[in-house]
Design a protein around this ligand. Sequence first.
Ligand SMILES: *Cc1c(COP(=O)(O)O)cnc(C)c1O
Length: 402
Amino acid sequence: MNDPSVTLPFPREPKYGQAEKDAVLQLLDDGHLSEINRGPATNALEAAFTRLTGTRHALSFNSGTASLHAALHAVGASPEAGVAVSPMTWVSAITAVFQAGSYPVFCDIEPDSPNIAATAVAEAADAFSAVLATHTWGIPARMDQLAKATGLPIVEDCSHAHGALYQGRAVGSWGAAGCFSLQESKAVSGGEGGVLTTTDREVYERALTLGHHPARLAAGLTLPELKPLATTGAAYKYRMPALSAVIARQQLRSLPDRMLAAEQNLATLRKVLEECDAPVTWPSIGELSVRGWYGTPLTISVRVPDPAELSKRFKAASIPVRHLYEDWTQAPLLQRPELAARFWPHVARSPYRPPTSEELPNFHKAMRQMIILKVPQILAPDYMEQVGETLATVLARTLVTA
Ligand SMILES: *Cc1c(COP(=O)(O)O)cnc(C)c1O
């Protein structure tokens, strides 16, 4: 018997609407696409991010990766001690640690969420100088527990979680710094781009020195130990193009409506799956928390003997799933320090130790059992019902006999 299939098209509006188009045309008319100082486009975007997160400072970058590099440098990631990272994240949230002159120490994720576990961080806390916590698939990391697990600075990677709250407080405001990618697949897109948020003046100024223009450094640097860098910085050239800034500014305006629609769509789906007794569980995010949107994770609660087969069936049934990330811990770059040392020579002399495939049991389990659903950001009850019923049927047929 053939599996049923989702026949309705994935509900979406054009990624960039009239507001984005108007903003771009206005910018072209103004004739300034490169703002070497904090010009009107960067200023408006950075101000919007301080309002979104309730932080004092926001600093725009040309990518989320650049913002991670700058944040890790700014909080003092050290060559002698590593940075705690999760294996379940985008690869540059691991390699940025090398970029910042340190090395990653992989910590396992929680058994019931895709996020780095405070217990794993606490166990290894002597081994690092900072923690990098991704709010993975929009699920807010347990920032209070992470802070308690170690007194070290935490950098939040908020690239999946624009607008999310943990216990009523915005992600990007809990740690020493928050980093948001504005790459096109993210909930707020500038095409490309990144934003760092912080309330710590020193973190802000240190982050400036990586790659912003001397004009901005001269205007922004006040700390005596940083002033000697005002004429050069490190000159990585990390500033955001004005085009990205004005587009992302408009995307932020529509974010609350899109988050609300996605939340309601998810509620519809969950109801259908519950009615069907589908064998799935959801990460709990707590009452005062609000998730962000980059797909949403659910865990299959019976053993999945063949994840590749299940993934094939989802595809055949047009169930909207996002791919889990690769297991970066087993990639040659992370397994062979001599490869990493080609780009970052300090790795050859660092205590970096590649993780074995036996470590990180919760992560390896999640790689088999977790799926990431793409949820539309416009209201779509019919579509969600069809996805729920189809998903429940495919799960039942694929897993019951296993
Ligand atoms: C997208 C992403 C990044 C990198 O952002 P870029 O803007 O592509 O450089 C970093 N971390 C996570 C978790 C991401 O999803």
